[in-house]
Design a protein around this ligand. Structure first.
Ligand SMILES: CC(C)(COP(=O)(O)OP(=O)(O)OC[C@H]1O[C@@H](n2cnc3c(N)ncnc32)[C@H](O)[C@@H]1OP(=O)(O)O)[C@@H](O)C(=O)NCCC(=O)NCCS
Length: 174
């Protein structure tokens, strides 16, 4: 069945948004490790942060091997304000959206949606046709982004997170 391409245009929301800002986008590189760690500290509660060791592995080993791919958003001052990272498996057509984060000052302008939409376009060129992800049930901001982009719930995992919160799995054909 044909699937509509991912789009950043809100399908249902009629709420007004702040004016969009011009962001630049580029693929994530190993040299971005420090900036990504700073974003991680700014955007996630301590229990939800990935360690530097984990990110070093992802950026310095998985990226060059093609088992991870990511996209950054940079503002007019050259600061990193958004990042998304995907895990890939050789020969697999499903990519896992491992993380997406936007600096608090840049939120609510559609940046997360743009990051995921642009990343999906690049991933499609790499032969990926589906994206999957897990998110905390109570992460309403992230769930709103995924649902607006057309992701649908495929599974629920009780006590998926260490603190007992339910995990929701979303998937989307791209
Ligand atoms: C989730 C996150 C990436 C969204 O970034 P963003 O650039 O603000 O996202 P967008 O502007 O594309 O969309 C924001 C949407 O969430 C909604 N939203 C924002 N905060 C919300 C909240 N607290 N409760 C409910 N909805 C919320 C906005 O209204 C908007 O929805 P709309 O377009 O239907 O109006 C950002 O909040 C973030 O970095 N959070 C911390 C990290 C995180 O939880 N990442 C996801 C799990 S890996």
């Amino acid at each position: 069945m044909a699937t509509a391409p991912l789009t950043t245009t809100p399908a249902r929301s009629t709420r007004s948004r702040p004016r969009p800002i011009d962001f630049r986008f580029r693929p994530l590189r190993p040299a971005d490790l420090d900036a990504v760690m700073a974003m991680e500290a700014e955007c996630f509660a301590p229990a939800d942060r990935f360690s530097r060791r984990r990110y070093r592995h992802l950026l310095c080993h998985a990226l060059p091997r093609g088992t991870a791919w990511g996209l950054l958003a940079i503002n007019g001052r050259g600061d990193l304000v958004g990042v998304t990272l995907f895990l890939l498996r050789r020969g697999a057509r499903l990519a896992r959206l491992y993380s997406v984060s936007v600096a608090p000052a840049a939120r609510g302008r559609g940046l997360a949606s743009q990051l995921i939409t642009r990343a999906a376009r690049s991933l499609r060129r790499r032969g990926i046709d589906r994206i999957g992800l897990e998110v905390r049930e109570r992460n309403t901001a992230a769930r709103s982004v995924y649902e607006r982009l057309g992701f649908s719930i495929s599974q629920r995992f009780e006590k998926y997170y260490a603190d007992g919160e339910t995990g929701i799995r979303y998937t989307r054909r791209i």
